[in-house]
Design a protein around this ligand. Sequence first.
Ligand code: ARG
Length: 465
Amino acid sequence: MSNKMWGGRFTDRPDAIMEEINVSIDVDRHLYAQDITASKAHAAMLAAQGIITANDAKNIGKGLDTILSEIGAGKFTFKRALEDIHMNVESRLAELIGPAAGRLHTARSRNDQVATDFRLYVRDVLDETDAALAALQQALAERALEQAETVMPGFTHLQTAQPVTFGHHLMAYVEMVARDRGRFQDARKRLNESPLGAAALAGTSFPIDRHATAAKLGFDRPMANSLDAVSDRDFVLETLSAASICAVHLSRFAEEIVIWTSPLVGLIRLSDKFTTGSSIMPQKRNPDAAELVRAKTGRVIGALNGLLIVMKGLPLAYQKDMQEDKQGAMEGFAALSLAIRAITGMVRDLEPEPERMKAAAGEGYATATDLADWLVRTLKMPFREAHHVTGRIVGLAAKKGVALHELPLAEMQGIEKRITKDVLAVLSVESSVKSRTSYGGTAPKNVRSQAKAWLKRLAKNGKTR
Ligand code: ARG
């Protein structure tokens, strides 16, 4: 027997391989709720426009509700022979309500149907991602407030550069996540137009009301061009692009967690909740969650690359290639969601080692810039000269194997005789961070006010700015 949804002109069954390569139900079954929601909106509109009877629309609506609860309860049998979610739902609808089910597909095609379903799906992903990222910002800002005074080394080239506060470091990620949220919110604006009613590619001769279905489904407006409506997947690409950038941010943080928890470094600790042991080495505490956040980034970027490659050679309008848009994207979104939740968990869980942080902050002459700045400020020395003098003092301290603040004043005066004991006040790591009060700088005072401002904003409405 040929396919009962489209097999009118077919006399033979598809080859088993044909069926296997064509079937998408294993993936697009995840669109069932969106598919049913869109079908209900379509049926109601068809009745309102006098295209089908009110009675048929009522039965279609009821039947669709039954199917929704059957699938939700795991009582629905998905049939591979019916290819995809659209035909599985419609076929079940016919079992439930009879021939009226066949009227649902009036003035519609699976092309606008799948484009609508997937837009609704990705829109839900965007909203869930935004909420998850707001929770991450909340956790980061809370910890930043608590750690506003904790001094740690700041790095460039992964070399100790200048002391910073741990709170300041955490707040850097709050800002990155804010831009991530902005990108997802921008993507949502462009996504939020309805393809429904574009039909196969050219629109329809039925007097449909696309504005009504668009409004019913929470879209801002119908898409203006039917060819575009059924054939672009830029809303997926854009969401995956934003997801890739976000995943890269999370991965950089994960990498820091891996480095900082290493016994070689020991700046932070993760509890048993976010570490695992080794089956052979009893002493190990492995930061697996952080490593996997780092690795999940590959899935997200892979999904973006995969879909870019699927789309790049496709002429308008719908091509079956586009059926391959869903699996990678869904996996990429799931990977990002898990990564966000894992990072949020680790932010709440991690504990700094303040003694180690402070000691490391002072290693490697991290307050050398503070000494140079003191020479500029107090002795009115040009910065380049101050840099040179400081370099000689650092060299002397290194030769003697002492920290800058341990170098006797007389030794410093041997290099620059105008240096006074006042200089000692700027050589400690605490005074170094305290002095960096320029806008956006690391001073505890700045960190506290930034963290508080964010917590207020997040409490109000989850706003990103
Ligand atoms: N399963 C298809 C997809 O995901 C639905 C659209 C099928 N359209 C068609 N003309 N065969 O793309």
